[in-house]
Design a binder for this molecule. Structure first.
Ligand code: ZN
Length: 591
């Protein structure tokens, strides 16, 4: 038996409570300390999971052991004799991929939100007994996780309740667990068993989903080189009416999607929703290498009690965002034209944010904890996404390497080098490690490239880089109607400003996020009428807008702008030279 043994029971599904017990065979003589992580790796925000612990007590045998809370995440037990048993309830009602969720239909948890860390025993192996809820109602429930089953009589069988094990606390919390009566589909990629466990009402063409995922997974495994870094892999999918999210783990991923994202039986066309879902699966799968094993030095090891700062999230999230869609086209799951549309969408997203001219990717990574993850109404004016702009840096670097080395080196070589030097060795990537890897595989000097792309705020020279592979990038306006320079949300029939873009017509006139629009030139603004009212005006026209700020009616004179040419279009150029054609084929061709 392990020195630390956890037991988790969905004790009150109707009240969303998991009961957790921890038996600590050798508690620290001067009093055992226990704490819950403040954040979960992969999601860079302080979440303070300990706030969901609703009751906690400790005993040694029959004697109660006093527990003292010493900070918001940490408890200190009084010195005691023999085995220390800590028992607590965790309220689990967070329908996201980052915490825990339990009701009478299913249970899901990330270890980081339910398992207290036993200080001093972080590196020791531990066991976890995953118990079913009591009652016949739950007799169909089973378990999906990549936690290894423990051997012996009490051990769990695949998909069964029972005893699982982990080599350390870090491993324990990196295998999320789903329990319920999920649908289970399987396939093999490069010989490795893969499972897709889908919770929630759905009706899908599972064979199509498995075949598309197999192609994507095999392409990624071969990119880094066989064998895959895991013995099996599980996609844990929660299908709901409207949802989106994913979190990567070392041999599984937790995904939240809309059930309409999944492929319908009998449909063969590639819908935008299904393509998006495959992109999400591809993204989290790529993280199995890029962030779960190739890690920033700042994450070796994680300090789960506080923010861990790195300036490299553009390489881990951005490069992963570049490869998620690239894997779809290179594995043949989507067409080249579809890929150009996805790429154009990313370019458009970046170009629409004025914050890209103020914040560098390096700063965006560093401040992820308080900016990217805590966006407010000013976010588009103030910050740049290390996902989308990071993906464009990956594109720019890939094309730079390909054209400057005449196809001899590419970003694929950089990823393979990072895998060999860092992923396989467990040595963290230093803050200049990505540049060094790119220089090593290409023989190029790339200091200027990286300084401009990751520390600067100027737009990347994508049009020149794309032209070198025979592709044209153009920008056009989204329409001919004039614009206010705002983002809006409809609340019932009223229109509320959610964001007011820098230097736009609304901002110049004094309108603010939160204002509720009432009338334009004395005609009522409703959810359905605003676009039509604007279509009947010209850029440069001055209009009168009435709006409520809090409960005060205000009047604004707004000079309307022309829609900006910020919508990217990407297509093969009319004339492509032979060298450009060869580079394009090498970049996007199957294989
Ligand atoms: Zn990611």
């Amino acid at each position: 038996m392990s020195a630390v043994r956890y037991r988790i029971t969905p004790s009150h599904p109707e009240a969303h409570l998991f009961e957790v017990e921890i038996d600590i065979a050798h508690p620290a003589p001067d009093g055992q300390r226990l704490s819950l992580p403040a954040w979960i790796p992969g999601s860079y925000m302080i979440r303070e999971f300990a706030r969901h612990i609703v009751r906690i007590e400790a005993r040694d045998g029959i004697r109660a052991v006093p527990l003292t809370k010493i900070d918001k995440h940490t408890w200190q037990a009084a010195p005691c004799e023999g085995v220390l048993r800590v028992r607590y309830d965790v309220y689990a009602w967070d329908l996201s991929v980052r915490a825990a969720h339990l009701d009478t239909t299913h249970g899901f948890f990330n270890g980081a939100s339910v398992f207290l860390m036993v200080h001093g025993a972080e590196q020791q192996p531990c066991e976890v007994d995953i118990r079913p809820p009591a009652g016949r109602t739950y007799k169909e429930w089973r378990v999906a996780t990549t936690l290894p089953e423990a051997g012996g009589r009490a051990g769990a069988r695949r998909h069964g309740f029972g005893l699982y094990r982990a080599a350390s606390y870090d491993e324990l919390i990196d295998h999320p667990v789903e329990m319920g009566s999920f649908a289970l589909h399987t396939f093999k990629a490069c010989g490795v068993p893969h499972e897709v466990a889908i919770t929630g009402h759905h009706d899908i063409d599972a064979a199509r989903l498995c075949e598309d995922l197999r192609r994507i997974c095999e392409w990624q495994i071969r990119l880094f080189g066989e064998p895959a870094p895991f013995e099996r892999y599980v996609f844990l999918v929660m299908a709901v009416g409207d949802g989106y999210g994913g979190l990567e783990h070392r041999s599984s991923t937790a995904l939240l999607c809309s059930r309409n994202d999944l492929p319908a039986p009998g449909a063969s066309a590639m819908s935008d929703a299904y393509r998006g879902f495959l992109g999400l699966c591809s993204h989290e799968y790529f993280h199995s290498w890029n962030i779960k094993r190739i890690k920033p030095a700042a994450f070796e090891p994680y300090d789960l009690s506080r923010e861990n700062y790195t300036r490299l999230l553009w390489a881990f999230e951005g490069f992963t965002s570049y490869y998620d869609d690239l894997a779809l086209v290179r594995s043949g799951v989507i067409t080249q034209d579809d890929y150009f549309k996805l790429l154009a969408k990313t370019v458009t997203q970046v170009m629409r944010g004025g914050g890209r001219l103020k914040q560098s990717l390096s700063d965006s990574s560093f401040d992820a904890w308080v900016k990217y993850y805590r966006q407010d109404e000013n976010a588009p004016n103030a910050i740049v996404s290390y996902y989308t702009k990071g993906a464009l840096v990956a594109l720019a670097l890939d094309l730079t390497l390909r054209s400057k080395t005449r196809g001899a080196a590419s970003l694929d070589d950089v990823m393979r080098r990072l895998w060999l030097e860092h992923g396989q060795t467990g040595i963290g990537v230093p803050e200049d490690g990505v540049r060094r890897a790119a220089e090593a595989v290409s023989g190029l000097k790339l200091k200027k490239f990286f300084a401009e792309a990751t520390e600067g705020t100027e737009d990347l020279p994508l049009d020149d880089l794309l032209r070198a592979v025979g592709i044209e990038l153009a920008f056009e306006a989204a329409g001919t109607a004039p614009v206010l320079g705002v983002k809006t949300a409809n609340e019932g029939d009223t229109v509320k400003l959610t964001q007011v873009l820098d230097h736009g017509a609304a901002q110049r006139a004094g309108l603010s996020a939160g204002d509720v629009l009432v009338a334009l030139d004395n005609l009522r603004i409703t959810a359905g009428s605003l676009d039509n009212l604007l279509k009947r005006r010209q850029p440069g026209d001055e209009v009168k807008i009435n709006a409520f700020r809090r409960d005060e009616l205000m009047k604004f004179r707004v000079r309307l702008d022309a829609a900006p040419a910020d919508q990217a279009k990407i297509a093969i150029a009319p004339r492509v030279s032979a060298p450009a054609r060869a580079l394009l084929k090498q970049w996007l061709g199957r294989g």
